[in-house]
Design a protein around this ligand. Structure first.
Ligand SMILES: C[S@@+](CC[C@H](N)C(=O)[O-])C[C@H]1O[C@@H](n2cnc3c(N)ncnc32)[C@H](O)[C@@H]1O
Length: 272
């Protein structure tokens, strides 16, 4: 663990209020989505309530986003991860909090697996809203190039324009766009820890690689099983994690210890 990484158990609002302003390069938030059901994982204690109504959910979220924004460096970024239920409300809310011109991308995380609907097109994507504090956020597209599609001219050795000019492929592949095909964690995947709605490391690896540099501070204040923190640790970023659920924090602690057996963890600070 880097000396300045920290772990809190408490409401993300209370945690945000005690952290230093303008210190985070990237904050990723994957809060409850308002699915209307209790989310339960492989153990009864791996659970969180995802019910409620829009009338209470939106003010709850807004209060926390306002607090979290203050923690970002001037060229830092927020990623808010939601789905079709609330992402449109959240986008309008974030336009208000950050300013419309601070909206950078709506990233679509497309996945397959799970059941298929017969009454409508199956919902197989989440929406990640990227807002920045100023109009020149840190961004390293080179860190996240992906292989060319096999049918692409570049994959076949390059493209010859009508002018005769030859465009060579980049050995690292093509810059990634805003639709990301990343599989959900399959039941046998070694990274699965049994926490409900655990996100894949590949998703967080890409976000952290593009939106922060090694040594910088990354935050996740509803961290669940701590996917963001594990990715940040692996990618040599400093991190601050929080979750209101003691079981989530315990889950992350087990996960961290098995992923990084030689690293020490910060003392868990309880925030009431
Ligand atoms: C969608 S899950 C996060 C999953 C996580 N990204 C992962 O990969 O495991 C949402 C988390 O938000 C936490 N949570 C709910 N309300 C919270 C609050 N007010 N403050 C902090 N965490 C909260 C829940 O306990 C739950 O762990």
């Amino acid at each position: 663990m880097n000396e300045s990484s920290r772990l809190y158990q408490g409401d993300m609002l209370d945690v945000a209020l005690l952290l230093p302003p303008e210190s985070f390069r990237l904050i990723y938030l994957d809060p409850p989505f308002l699915t209307g059901r209790e989310r339960v994982g492989s153990k009864p204690e791996y659970a969180y309530n995802d019910g409620g109504s829009l009338d209470t959910y939106l003010p709850w979220l807004e209060q926390r986003l306002i607090a979290v924004k203050k923690l970002l460096l001037p060229d830092g970024s927020l990623i808010l991860h939601l789905d079709w239920r609330t992402s449109h409300h959240a986008r309008v809310m974030l336009d208000r909090i950050f300013g419309m011109n601070r909206f950078i991308n709506e990233i679509i995380w497309h996945y397959t697996g799970g059941g298929r609907s017969k009454s409508r097109f199956s919902c197989k994507h989440d929406t990640l809203l990227w807002y920045a504090r100023n109009d020149n956020p840190y961004f390293d597209i080179e860190a996240v190039r992906v292989p060319y599609k096999p049918a692409s001219g570049y994959a076949k050795g390059g493209i010859k324009a009508a002018s005769g000019r030859h465009y060579q492929p980049n050995p690292s592949g093509t810059p990634v766009d805003d639709v990301w095909d990343i599989p959900i964690i399959n039941p046998l995947a070694s990274e699965r820890v049994g926490y409900p709605t655990q996100k894949p490391l590949r998703l967080l690896d890409r976000l952290i690689s593009a939106l922060s540099a090694p040594g910088e501070l990354v935050g996740d204040f509803c961290c669940g099983s701590g996917t963001t923190l594990v990715s940040a640790q692996k990618l040599t970023r400093r991190w601050v994690g929080a979750d209101v659920s003691p079981a989530a924090i315990a889950c992350f602690v087990d996960r961290f210890r098995s992923a990084f057996p030689n690293q020490s963890l910060p003392v868990i600070q309880k925030v009431d």
